[in-house]
Design a protein around this ligand. Structure first.
Ligand code: BGC
Length: 849
């Protein structure tokens, strides 16, 4: 059921908002605009306003507690959602997240992330959708609609040009107006004008000299003035650095609290005359409008409530559907019997070798603020075991472990965590499945964080193997580690760098060895005093005890995996990146798979011609063995249902539905854009609009796989295409493309028909002195058909497709002339072509912004 909100404009709520505003004094208004803690704004009971709660986003709703005791439904990574090329599914994802937000008392989701894949070395590449602004905008628009269908706000982030992580708090992105408008701002523009988000998050970085939280021209000018954005703008966490600069520059709320540049400092700025009280009133109005929409302002009907809320969704089912629809089948060669390597025919199988550390511990999400604690994770091993017929033997081998850190101690260790108070009293004890503690935001069970002195983590461990055991500590602060009465460490682990978010989650691992005897119990104990990284009540207790038993040498592990592969009908190798590779807070140095995984795949492929490689990464990795294996299936970071969705696709219950939302390089050095390190504080986007396929086609370099590529389990014929020009005098559309496609295979399937525009006549571009890409995506549509069936898809082509940003006039400019649209299966596999005459239908003198 579609949720249809009543009028939720400012005008509709004006009476209620104005009466609330009139009842507030300056100090209260200023206080309302500053976080009271990590995630919320203060309540103002005298005007009937409850506390507004925000939470990350985008793959789940974390809530104010970032801890396994408060788990979340975990969806696949944003790259995966974009790989579905399915805005409807993005809307379903949004609705599920709204349902989660309501369950957790969250009013605003800090998502979606719609920065661009400028280069695959960007650390948050996995958290953004695509290198193409149209695809990013289409997915983002319906994601926002979905969340807001459920009466929960969004903050589209990070406005703008926050496309890499190096020096992220200070970097000054130098980009020309055309690149900003056509690439980096374009998804925000579409989302703002089509989905009307209730919030936007202002980025850490500067753009052309001015920090974004103070960027009056982009925040008040572009977002509010040009595009009519009526929501609130919240700073990225700690990005608001100057009271008057931020208030006058359009940032309404400074997060996190309690020490922000707003609150008392904002009231003082008004008294000193650097910020006008009307400016503060306008900021408060926008927060009250948000509060009214999400239903926390008494007397204001929320946007959606009661029976207008969307139907309940099953989180696991949604996560699994998105996962299998996002998996991209990059390669699928016929095996010795002439049939394609995938799907596997489980009736003909006797023995399957499942290889790789990630087969058991897959990476289901990327690192940083996007992490949530999933309610459960189905590993590839569990998923396949459950789906394979009982008579098929599943042999598992690790082969090569890419992780540089030890896995948290668990299994026959049964750890417990105990909070000890300042008077040595026990505040609470918690059994854990793994020796990893994460209490962020609040302590469990409402325990008062000011009473906490230290945490003890420990238990009795009985080694099943004798020899050299490795233990490790992660986290920042003071530690004491004793094993069997021997103190292995007493001291401090200090944070690397000054980015608190990176420091807390990415601190160095301290490692120690000790000899233990098989069957002899030892007591293992960690005493930890967390380092306080934030002022105020923000709780951040995050540390762990890693452990590894004596194991075979890496060479022996590789040999075992190869032997298992040689003896199996099919070898499935799951390769993955690690948390040290893809995360918020830093960029990637290499696109290589970490550890000895390349060697593992090459050796397995050499002994088993039916080798299927499953790539578990949120963004591109080099795959030097890609042409030597039978099949390559890209699963991204697939979320909690990982193994179940993988089994669905490998065994053919469902076809893999994904198409690449980003060009996949063969080697890092081939990538046209790689620079993310600022020079003297500035990062020049010298390439202008030429990122992704726009850049690859310009340089003539050949990637491993082109944008849009992805195979299914059936085959398609593109029968015909036609273009009907629009006679719409508003001129929003150039016309409509229709494409007839026929399923020529033996099973039902789903095709993503992609439409690329190119200019046959270059004269208008030359006249306007702009270089345009060879071709660019202007629309797409799914086609679903049974075997032998022909279906027609219609793709509306917007006027914007033939426009460029004219920086001299500060306006969009249509370049009329002869164009062609090619429709096909990917940027490189174009099947039908139609000509498209473009005329300016708009009455003269009506430039559209
Ligand atoms: C990230 C944001 C996130 C915020 C709150 C920041 O470091 O850049 O995306 O919403 O933290 O966790």
């Amino acid at each position: 059921m579609a949720a249809v909100p009543h009028d939720i404009s400012y005008a509709a709520y004006a009476d209620r908002i104005e009466s609330a505003l009139a009842a507030l004094d300056l100090d209260t208004k200023a206080r309302l605009l500053a976080g009271q803690d990590g995630w919320s704004l203060p309540a103002v009971p005298e005007i009937g306003l409850a506390s507004l709660v925000m939470s990350d986003g985008p793959v789940g709703v974390r809530g104010v507690r970032w801890s396994p005791e408060d788990p979340s439904v975990l969806l696949p990574s944003p790259t995966a959602l974009a790989a579905t090329w399915d805005p409807e599914l993005a809307r379903t994802a949004g609705r599920l997240l709204a349902q989660e937000a309501r369950r957790k008392g969250v009013h605003v989701l800090l998502a979606p992330t719609v920065n661009m894949h400028r280069t695959p070395v960007g650390g948050r590449h996995f958290e953004c959708y695509s290198e193409d602004p149209l695809l990013t905008g289409a997915i983002g628009t319906d994601y926002v609609r979905g969340v807001q269908d459920g009466g929960v706000g969004t903050t589209v982030k990070h406005w703008v040009a926050n496309d890499s992580e190096t020096d992220r708090f200070t970097v000054d992105v130098r980009a020309d107006a055309r690149a900003l408008r056509e690439i980096y701002m374009a998804p925000f523009e579409r989302i703002v004008t089509e989905a009307a988000p209730w919030g936007i998050m202002s980025a850490y970085n500067r753009v052309n000299g001015l920090t974004m939280t103070e960027h009056d021209a982009y925040q008040n000018g572009v977002l509010r003035g040009e595009w009519g954005f009526d929501g609130y703008i919240v700073s990225d966490w700690t990005a608001a650095r100057d009271t008057a600069g931020c208030a006058n520059g359009g940032t309404d709320v400074a997060m996190p609290g309690p020490n922000t540049v707003y609150g008392e400092k904002l009231a003082a700025a008004v008294r000193e005359g650097t910020v006008a009280e009307e400016t503060v009133d306008a900021m408060v109005r926008r927060v009250l409008l948000l509060a009214a929409r999400v239903g926390i302002l008494d007397g204001a009907p929320p946007a959606v409530s009661g029976d207008r809320l969307p139907d309940r969704l099953d989180g696991a089912a949604v996560s699994r559907t998105i996962a299998r629809r996002s998996f991209v089948l990059l390669r699928n060669e016929p095996g010795p019997d002439g049939t394609s390597a995938l799907p596997l025919n489980s009736r003909a199988l006797r023995k399957v070798a499942l290889i790789g550390a990630a087969a058991d511990k897959a990476r289901v999400l990327g690192g940083g603020s996007a992490t949530v604690c999933p309610e459960h994770v189905i590993s590839p091993v569990e998923g396949l075991r459950a789906a394979l017929p009982e008579n098929v033997e599943l042999v598992c081998a690790r082969g090569a472990d890419p992780s540089t850190k030890l896995h948290p101690a668990g299994g026959n260790f049964s750890p417990r965590a105990t909070m000890v108070g300042t008077d040595d009293e026990v505040l609470g004890t918690y059994p854990l499945t793994e020796a990893q503690v994460q209490w962020v935001g609040e302590l469990p069970d409402g325990i008062d964080s000011s009473k906490l002195d230290h945490v003890e983590l420990g238990g009795v461990y009985t080694p099943s193997v004798g020899g050299t055991h490795a233990f490790s500590l992660t986290g920042v602060g003071d530690f004491e580690l004793t094993v069997g009465g021997t103190t292995l460490f007493r001291g401090k682990n200090v944070p690397p760098g000054d980015d608190p978010f990176v420091a807390l989650s990415g601190a160095e691992e301290l490692r120690f060895d000790i000899e233990l005897n098989a069957g002899e119990q030892v007591e293992v104990r960690v005493r930890h005093v967390p380092l306080k990284m934030f002022d105020g009540p923000m709780v951040w207790v995050q540390f762990g005890l890693g452990h590894a038993e004596p194991s075979d040498s890496p060479d022996a592990e590789l040999d075992q995996a190869v032997a298992a592969a040689a003896a199996a009908d099919v070898a499935i190798v799951v390769v993955a990146t690690t948390e040290d590779v893809e995360s918020e807070g830093f960029d990637r140095e290499s696109l290589e798979l970490p550890g000895r995984q390349n060697e593992l795949v090459a050796r397995v492929a050499a002994v088993n011609p039916h080798t299927v490689v499953v790539v578990n990464a949120g963004s591109p990795v080099e795959m030097e063995w890609a042409d030597d294996v039978a099949a390559v299936l890209l699963t991204w970071f697939p979320g909690q249902e990982c193994g179940a969705a993988l089994a669905d696709v490998l065994l053919g219950a469902h076809e893999p539905g994904g198409r690449l939302p980003t060009t996949w390089p063969a080697r890092k050095e081939d990538c046209p854009v790689l620079r993310v390190t600022p020079t003297d504080g500035a990062l020049a986007y010298e390439e202008g609009v030429f990122i992704g396929y726009r850049a690859w086609e310009r340089t003539g370099a050949e990637p491993r796989y082109w944008f849009g590529h992805g195979l299914g389990y059936t085959t398609w014929e593109y029968v015909a295409g036609d273009f009907v020009p629009s006679d719409d005098p508003d001129g929003e559309l150039l016309g409509a493309l229709t494409v007839d496609v026929r399923n020529t295979g033996h099973r039902p399937g789903r095709e993503v028909v992609q439409a690329y525009l190119s200019a046959a006549d270059q004269a208008p571009a030359q006249e306007a002195d702009v270089e345009r890409p060879v071709r660019w995506l202007v629309g797409f549509a799914p086609a679903e058909a049974g075997p032998g069936e022909t279906v027609r898809v219609t793709i509306p082509v917007p006027r914007r497709a033939a426009e460029v940003w004219n920086a001299d006039n500060d306006a969009w400019q249509l370049l009329p002339g002869q164009y062609a649209i090619e429709a096909g299966r990917s940027l490189a596999d174009r099947r039908v072509q139609v000509t498209v005459p473009v005329h300016d239908l708009r009455p003269a003198g009506e430039p559209m912004r």
